[in-house]
Structures are given as structure tokens and as C-alpha cells.
Design a protein around this ligand. Structure first.
Ligand code: HEC
Ligand code: HEC
Length: 343
């Protein structure tokens, strides 16, 4: 009997060992400081939105936006809501290459995450909407998504709901008509603007050297050394420009995509925009598989290798790929509790 206690005691001691002793690689002080300096010069920390500190009016607008985000009546047959494709339990995506819409129809582009999306310079894979407010009417009337036939059908559905009638009027007292596309956009946008996900990497950026592993730090270095920074930097590690995929070769040779998407060209008709796509953010990237605009690659290590070949013309070393993956894991953040449907 006594032995059992001793075994438990030993297990207890081991389980209490601090994170740092699990380090498999060592880095010296000079390298440690260099990497931190490098990280601080290319990335900025994310800060959670403190809903508590917002004005009561703003809180009400956010709550209204959340209701709309989870409301299936925004789709013609009332079968899908925003969260069907942008599921908070799956970090704002559905982990499918392409998502089924209101009539089980499929588009050709992968669902990007709604988390931190408002921090991008533009929305959609081809960057055709600037803000999350401008973006959100797209899916409501989009053939591949919620497929609402027209504005009147949508607004009259909302008018009939007592909560919406009352709350829209309270939140937008100055609007000519309180329930309109303009106010709907503002409410959904207000909710989306709270979806910020601080992660261990942010603690590290603020100087907590224990917040991430040495392998992850070497991953930051590999990310810089292999030329990823010009496109993937700032607080969300991307989302600030559009670039050609691929700069070296053709993307479908790397991804085996069956459908060839001309990217921004589809919308601008400028030949220079052929195969140009918005550079995605990489916050929560470990969770937001599959990857690329068509969800053609499901393995993140594969996606990292492809980026090396396609965008920087470098055949990445396996060790660099592994370390970059460790860095990416530190970008998996905390989703605010109230963003979930029943909280
Ligand atoms: C049927 C699935 C589906 C539904 C429903 C849906 N979306 Fe999306 N969402 C997508 C897809 C696919 C894209 C990318 C389309 C593209 O770039 O051409 C997207 C893009 C976005 C983006 C841009 C993100 C980025 O990084 O570019 C935001 C924000 C967004 N959706 C919010 C919403 C909101 C708000 C709703 C509800 C009003 C909604 N979505 C409903 C599938 C969906
Ligand atoms: C010249 C700009 C550029 C450079 C440099 C670059 N990327 Fe990208 N990255 C992109 C673009 C554009 C996409 C989106 C391509 C698409 O899906 O059409 C992308 C997509 C990704 C994705 C997939 C994300 C997702 O959610 O689908 C990962 C992961 C990624 N890049 C990592 C890297 C790494 C690692 C490096 C350095 C080896 C790198 N990138 C260098 C422009 C760049």
C-alpha cells in the first residue's frame, strides 16, 4: 500500500516539472535575444477586447450582431447561419475544403476564419470587400451561401421578430428605418470586431520567454530566414496585401487543384491580377485546415513546404518545416467565451 503512495508522489513530482525542462533543443542567450528582437520588429501582440469596458450601447449592438450571426432565418430555406461555415468550436471555420450552402450547394473557395478577420486590410480570398461590414451582405445573398432572394424578404423576416424590432430601434435610434441593410451590417460587424484571439505568442512578444518553446523560437527564425515575412507579418501574420500564388511556377502543380481559380482577376479583369489572392492571416492556422483558397491541401507541413517552393523559391529543410509548425502552434489563441452560441 505504502508503495502506491510513493509511486503517486513520484508521478506528482514529475508532473510538476516546469515546461522549460521539457526543452529538447537549447539556444544560447545571444540567439534568444536576437530572435525576440526579430519577432518584435515584425509582429505586434494581439489584445483581447474587454467587452466589460465597452459602453452599454456598444454591448447591445454586439449582442444584436451575435443573434444575427447565429440566426438561420438569414438563409432562404432557414437551414444555415453564419456559424454553419464559421463555427466557433472549429476556430471560425468548418474544416471542409468547400462548405455546403443553404441548398446544399457548393462554391469553389475555402471558408476563411472570422476570428481576427476584421484586422485584415480586406475581406474575401480576392480582397473584394474592405471591411467586415461590407463583407457580410455577400454571403447572405450569395448563391453559394445563404442565397436570400432579395432585401425585402430578409428585412421583412427580421421585422416580424419582436426582439429584432425592439433591439434594432434601441441600438440605432437615429436611423431612418432601424432595420435596414446598413444597420444589419453594422451590428454583425460589431460582433465580428470582438473576435480577437490572443495566444502564447503574444505573451512571448511582450517578453515572456517561457511562453513558447525553443523549437517555436527557432521556427520564428526559420520563418524570417526563409523569406516569409514580406507577406506574412503584423499582428495577424498576414492579411495585409494580395500576392500572386505562385510567384514560382503554377499553384496547381503544387496543390493538385482540379479547378483553376484566377483569383482577383475574376473580379477586376486586370490581367495583372491573374492568380492573385489575399495573403491569409496565420492566427489559429493549425486549427483552420484545410489550406489555400480551395482547401486543396490538408496537411500544414505540406502547405509550409509549398509556400517555400511557390513564394520564396526555397526548398525548405525538414527541420525548418518542423520548427515553423511549432511556431504556428503558438498562434492558436483563446476565443472569447461570449462568441459561442449559448454563452
Ligand atoms: C455556406 C458557407 C458560408 C456561410 C453560411 C457564410 N460564410 Fe462567410 N465565407 C464563406 C466562404 C467560402 C468565404 C470565402 C469566399 C471568397 O473569398 O470568395 C467566406 C468569407 C467570409 C469572410 C472573409 C474572411 C476573410 O479572411 O476573407 C467573413 C468575415 C465572413 N465570411 C463572415 C460571414 C458572416 C458574417 C456570415 C453570415 C452573415 C457568413 N460569413 C456566412 C463561407 C460562408
Ligand atoms: C509573396 C508573398 C508570400 C510569401 C513570401 C509567403 N506567402 Fe504564404 N501565402 C501567400 C498567399 C498569397 C497565400 C494564399 C494562397 C492561396 O490560397 O491562393 C498564402 C498562404 C499561406 C498558408 C496557408 C494559409 C491558409 O489558411 O490557407 C500558409 C500556411 C503560409 N502561406 C505560410 C507561409 C510560409 C511558411 C512562408 C515562408 C516559407 C510563406 N507563407 C511565404 C503569400 C505569401
Amino acid at each position: 500500500m505504502k508503495n502506491i503512495y510513493i509511486i503517486f508522489f513520484i508521478l506528482f513530482i514529475f508532473s510538476c516539472k516546469p515546461e522549460s525542462t521539457k526543452e529538447t533543443v537549447k539556444i544560447d542567450d545571444k540567439l534568444e535575444q536576437n530572435i525576440l528582437r526579430m519577432a518584435k520588429s515584425y509582429f505586434t501582440p494581439l489584445e483581447a477586447i474587454k467587452i466589460k469596458n465597452l459602453s452599454p450601447d456598444r454591448k447591445k449592438m454586439i449582442e444584436l450582431g451575435k443573434r444575427l450571426f447565429y440566426d438561420k432565418r438569414l438563409s432562404e430555406n432557414k437551414t444555415v447561419n453564419c456559424a454553419s461555415c464559421h463555427d466557433m468550436n472549429k476556430y471560425g471555420v468548418d474544416n471542409l475544403p468547400v462548405s455546403p450552402g443553404d441548398k446544399n450547394q457548393f462554391g469553389t473557395r475555402n471558408t476563411p476564419t472570422v476570428l481576427n478577420a476584421f484586422l485584415q486590410y480586406a475581406q474575401f480570398w480576392d480582397a473584394h470587400a474592405r471591411t467586415v461590414e461590407d463583407q457580410c451582405v455577400g454571403p447572405i445573398f450569395g448563391n453559394f451561401e445563404m442565397d436570400m432572394p432579395d432585401t425585402i424578404t430578409l428585412l421583412s423576416r427580421l421585422e416580424k421578430d419582436a426582439y429584432y424590432k425592439k433591439t434594432f430601434a434601441e441600438v440605432f435610434p437615429k436611423a431612418d428605418t432601424s432595420i435596414s441593410i446598413t444597420t444589419l451590417k453594422r451590428a454583425i460587424g460589431a460582433f465580428e470586431r470582438t473576435l480577437v484571439t490572443p495566444a502564447p505568442f503574444d505573451k512571448y512578444l511582450k517578453g515572456d520567454l517561457q511562453a513558447i518553446s525553443n523549437k517555436a523560437k527557432l521556427g520564428v527564425k526559420a520563418f524570417v530566414d526563409n523569406g516569409c515575412i514580406p507577406c506574412h507579418s503584423t499582428s495577424i501574420v498576414g492579411g495585409q496585401m494580395a500576392q500572386k500564388f505562385a510567384l514560382y511556377g503554377y499553384y496547381w502543380d503544387y496543390t493538385n487543384s482540379e479547378h483553376i481559380d484566377k483569383g482577383r482577376y475574376r473580379f477586376t479583369k486586370d490581367p495583372g491580377d491573374k492568380f492573385v489572392f489575399k495573403v491569409p492571416q496565420l492566427r489559429n492556422v493549425v486549427k483552420t485546415y484545410p489550406y489555400f483558397h480551395d482547401g486543396s491541401v490538408s496537411d500544414l507541413k505540406e502547405a509550409i513546404k509549398i509556400m517555400g517552393m511557390a513564394e520564396t523559391n526555397i526548398q525548405l529543410k525538414q527541420e525548418d518545416v518542423d520548427n515553423i509548425l511549432e511556431f504556428f502552434k503558438t498562434l492558436t489563441g483563446h476565443i472569447p467565451d461570449y462568441a459561442f452560441e449559448n454563452k
